[in-house]
Design a protein around this ligand. Structure first.
Ligand SMILES: [Zn+2]
Length: 249
């Protein structure tokens, strides 16, 4: 049975990670190239929109999706970003920003229907997260770059653990770095927390040095979703996806 994971819950990257698709290709042949895809509002709109903008899942939507997962005996990992970073770089804790959504997820956690993981504190480099008029800003929507200071890694890990553990009233044992970017500094920051597993597509950027006390799980085998998939694609899409995956499982 494949492990399912849903990322980006609570992250404002769904608002501010804006970049446009310049190249429209099919089987390696580019049929259409649009150099201005990142200009102004274009990057937020079809067909140029590469990622943002989309809204957070509501409590009602979660109820529908949780029911579908339950009916198919799937206990997904839900990777929550502990704060929403707003346009003025304020960090708003997930339970304050989305109290109803948080309450649904808390109940589902208590009932053993989902596992909560940490998807960082901010998902982004705070202060560089707003969309640029002309350029994509994807790089700023990874949180744990190796060139950021030690203190930042420590502070973000500590603070995100605090918010999530207090609200969900349990130990948070899984860490999912945003955009699969993490560093030795992140590992140092994870030591001494309750994190037991790092789940990502790749290991720390700078080293292959083994970790002590924390396990790395490469997530090639996982079914990796973003809340974006649920928000924009809907229930029918999810059911179809579950059935497709079951066939090969
Ligand atoms: Zn993410």
């Amino acid at each position: 049975m494949k492990q399912w994971r849903i990322d980006d819950v609570g992250a404002s990257t769904k608002y501010y990670n804006q970049w446009g698709k310049k190249r429209f290709s099919w089987r390696d042949i580019t049929y259409f190239y649009f150099p201005w895809a990142n200009y102004g509002f274009l990057k937020r709109h079809w067909p140029f929109r590469g990622w943002a903008k989309y809204e957070e899942l509501t409590a009602e939507e979660w109820q529908k999706y949780l029911k579908i997962f339950e009916e198919h005996n799937i206990v997904p990992i839900v990777a929550v970003t502990a704060t929403w970073v707003d346009e003025k770089s304020n960090l708003i804790p997930f339970p304050d920003k989305f109290p109803q959504e948080a309450a649904i997820l808390k109940r589902a956690t208590d009932e053993g229907r989902i596992t909560i993981a940490s998807h960082g504190l901010t998902h982004c480099v705070v202060g560089s997260h707003l969309p640029h008029f002309r350029y994509p800003n994807r790089k700023a929507h990874r949180e744990f770059w190796p060139d950021l200071p030690n203190e930042l890694h420590k502070e973000h890990i500590k603070e995100s653990q605090k918010i999530l553990e207090n609200y969900f009233d349990r130990k948070i044992e899984i860490f999912v770095p945003s955009g699969n970017i993490w560093s030795e500094k992140t590992y140092e920051a994870l030591k001494g927390t309750n994190i037991k597993k790092v789940i990502a597509a790749r290991y720390m950027l700078e080293t292959n040095r083994p970790m002590e006390g924390i396990e790395f799980i490469k997530d090639d085998d996982f079914v990796r979703l973003h809340d974006r998939d649920l928000k924009l694609r809907g229930e029918k899409w999810l059911i179809k996806k579950i059935e497709e995956i079951k066939k090969y499982d």
